[in-house]
Ligand binder design. Structure first.
Ligand code: ARG
Length: 715
């Protein structure tokens, strides 16, 4: 835990701080604002860049080519016409939404031959960081903090066209930063490989190495005539960026310097041993178990029906990704000694705290208090998890939640108040969208499976009353039917929330009385009432814990004043640097740092959903038509580096010491799955798709010379 960061990096003490270069070059998600302190170390490792080349608010720098993609991924600008590379799994939702069974881009891939063929993606936006600023002194411990934050954001938003700003908490509310972005709202799909390439290996290979996935997709940013962000318009034109990344065909060698910039979402590297133990060994297996049941139901339908597969594809993929993430944490925790290391650190910390009277008063009981907070109410934690994933797990219930506030405002009266009518009108507007990916057949199967699971795993005293004396007990089961099946049938054949036609009919002529009599609404009410009780207890515990963490975070920085502590990931722009590197896994397993096209052919299972290789691809590989993208006659596919990334970094550029793009990061490896809780120095690796495979695929498979011609390729 003796990690990193120089927070109070006032320019005036830069020189002094330079002495504390970070002990571990590979660990750390660094704020670009403080790169000056890492510059020397990076150059020592092979970087030819200065901190200013990477982050500069006064002139174009590499950060101007890095975009937050949709708020959940990262992308990089690779041409002077606003072309963006990201992962296939980042574009997945957009691709699935644009697909139909007739034009199935998800299955077949998509390549726009010219700008006018590019497909606008409803609701997708990207943002570029304009600047960031430490506003801790303006915000922390000040009365009316919220008002100050609001003002800071409003003022920053006025600085430029399409600007939006946020103030984010770092180090558990010990520091605050203002982040100013330019937000682009007209984003179009330019190209994507078929899913069999973009997601080659499927859920089986997910989170694993060796990998052979072409996990990339291509988008474009459109702007108005003045190169400013604008809502979608057919008249918009491609964005001219301040900077775009040149692409290197040199390839990667073991030990080469590499850095990654992107928007990592969430890490919890500073939690105490008790918290991580509970997270990994109690919470994760429990949630994975519930999730798996739902996934199995959905998959049984998706495998049989292409339309259902398209409907559910995106939700399923992200849910399955999280499910496997939880399992991977349990797996990786077994071989890591990170919990013991945390315990050791806590012992030393507590001894240090107790060695001084005033410290003792502040910090002496901190670790013990956190243990108490973490372990306060396991039964309630379980109820919360189950509610989230089981009783709220069906789309029908998820949709009904949308009406909860309206229901509260409706009260018991017969007439529906004006503001509620406004809400209902909005719901009517979005009806098609809300039901687009709804399939009643699948959803009722999910619902009944989840309900049974809840009732078998959660003690009766925590059940919603509806299950012990309400609707559920009153329904009559047909012969051979369980009560849950009978209840589910009743719900799905009657409730307005379970059918678009019924919902529309009700929205056309809303009646408070019918609403209150709806069995779906009764279910929602019953579940929410349990949820409120449970969440109430939970949020009190969370709040207490957060307060303790805030103190602990400050305390450990006081304990180790010479260490640099980087802040946990929070979807803000970060940089991680390291090198291309293989690793040794479990006993007797050594992994190479790079994979070859040969592995694609080895893994091929014709007709398989995960390992089928399209005939065209196979033909190109077998005939070794690799052109200038080959390395000694071989086509490289994916590679490893010891950069420190997490979810949200997906799609991030892997950049060499010259500032050229060499790969697109898309995953982490199975041996280091606890990495979000503790960086696993020996085994933690970033998995990236080699940019030469990406370009080869675009040129040879897709024949999209128009895209190749746009790029700045250096060889
Ligand atoms: N594990 C990757 C991540 O969390 C996502 C990989 C998507 N691919 C897949 N086969 N599901 O960023």
């Amino acid at each position: 835990m003796n990690t990193v960061f120089l927070r109070k990096a006032l320019p005036i003490i830069f020189g002094a701080l330079f002495l504390f270069s970070p002990a571990k070059a590979d660990e750390g998600m660094w704020l670009p604002l403080y790169l000056k302190q890492l510059e020397g170390k990076m150059q020592q490792m092979g970087s030819k860049l200065t901190a200013d080349d990477i982050y500069n608010v006064n002139k174009a720098s590499i950060k101007d080519a890095i975009v937050s993609f949709g708020g959940f991924c990262t992308g990089e600008i690779v041409s002077s016409k606003g072309l963006v590379f990201t992962n296939h799994h980042c574009g997945y939702d957009a691709i699935a939404e644009l697909s139909t069974t007739q034009n199935n881009w998800l299955r077949d891939g998509f390549w726009a031959a010219s700008h006018d063929k590019e497909l606008h993606v409803e609701g997708l936006s990207v943002k570029i960081l304009v600047r960031m600023e430490d506003v801790t002194a303006k915000v922390k411990g000040v009365d009316g903090k919220d008002a100050i934050i609001k003002k800071l954001k409003e003022e920053a938003a006025k600085e430029g066209p399409g600007y939006e700003a946020e103030v984010k908490s770092f180090y558990y509310d010990n520091e605050y930063y203002l982040l100013v972005y330019q937000v682009f709202k007209d984003i179009r799909l330019v190209g994507t490989p078929p899913e069999s390439v973009g997601k080659f290996g499927g859920d089986t290979d997910n989170w694993m190495w060796p990998r052979h996935t072409g996990d990339f997709s291509i988008f474009r940013i459109y702007v108005d005539a003045n190169n400013n962000p604008a809502e979608y318009s057919p008249n918009n034109k491609p964005y001219t960026p301040k900077h775009s990344l040149p692409i290197s065909l040199k390839g990667v060698q073991k030990g080469d310097f590499s850095f990654i910039m992107g928007f990592p979402g969430r890490t919890q590297r500073y939690l105490t041993s008790d918290a991580v133990r509970k997270t990994v060994f109690t919470d994760y297996p429990m949630m994975a178990n519930v999730m798996e049941k739902k996934l199995n139901v959905q998959k049984s339908f998706m495998d049989k029906d292409e339309a259902i597969k398209l409907q559910l594809a995106s939700d399923y993929a992200s849910f399955a990704n999280t499910w496997k993430y939880f399992l991977g944490n349990v797996y990786a925790a077994k071989t890591s000694d990170f919990i013991e290391k945390k315990e050791q650190f806590e012992k030393e910390f507590t001894a240090w705290a107790n060695a001084d009277e005033s410290r003792k008063a502040k910090y002496g009981n901190l670790v013990a208090d956190m243990k108490k907070a973490v372990e306060a109410d396991p039964a309630n934690d379980k109820v919360m998890s189950y509610l989230n994933f089981s009783l709220f797990g069906s789309q029908m219930v998820g949709y009904a939640v949308k009406y909860y506030q309206a229901a509260m405002m409706m009260g018991d009266g017969d007439t529906i108040p004006e503001p509620v009518m406004g809400m209902l009108a909005a719901n009517k507007e979005s009806l098609d969208k809300d039901f687009k990916n709804y399939n009643a057949k699948v959803d009722r199967a999910v619902f009944s499976t989840m309900l049974d699971l809840f009732m078998s795993d959660i003690p009766k005293e925590s059940w919603p009353e509806l299950l012990t004396k309400g609707d559920y007990t009153k329904v009559k089961a047909k012969k051979g039917q369980s009560r849950t099946e009978a209840y589910t049938d009743m719900l799905y054949s009657k409730s307005i929330f379970a059918d678009k036609g019924r919902m529309k009919a009700w929205l056309d002529k809303p009646s408070a009385k019918t609403f209150r009599a709806d069995p779906g609404y009764s279910f929602l009410q019953a579940v929410i009432s349990v949820y409120m009780t449970s969440a109430g207890k939970n949020s009190a515990a969370d709040k207490a814990y957060d307060e303790l963490m805030k103190t602990y975070m400050a305390a450990i920085r006081e304990f180790k004043p010479n260490d640099m502590f980087y802040p946990d990931a929070n979807f803000t722009l970060r940089l991680t640097y390291g090198s291309i590197m293989p690793y040794d896994g479990r006993d007797a397993i050594s992994y190479n740092h790079i994979t070859s096209y040969k592995g694609i052919l080895e893994k091929e299972v014709p007709g398989d959903l995960e390992f089928d290789v399209p005939a065209k691809l196979k033909n190109l590989l077998v005939t070794k038509d690799f052109g200038r993208y080959a390395e000694n006659g071989d086509l490289k596919v994916n590679f490893l580096s010891n950069n420190d990334i997490t979810g949200g970094n997906s799609g991030s550029p892997v950049i060499n010491g010259e500032g050229h793009l060499i790969g697109i990061a898309f995953d982490g490896n199975w041996d280091s799955m606890v990495g979000d809780l503790s960086f696993q120095k020996k085994v933690q690796r970033t998995i990236s798709v080699d940019i030469r495979y990406v370009l080869w695929f675009i040129e040879k498979y897709a024949g999209a010379q128009n895209i190749i011609d746009e790029l700045k390729i250096v060889s």
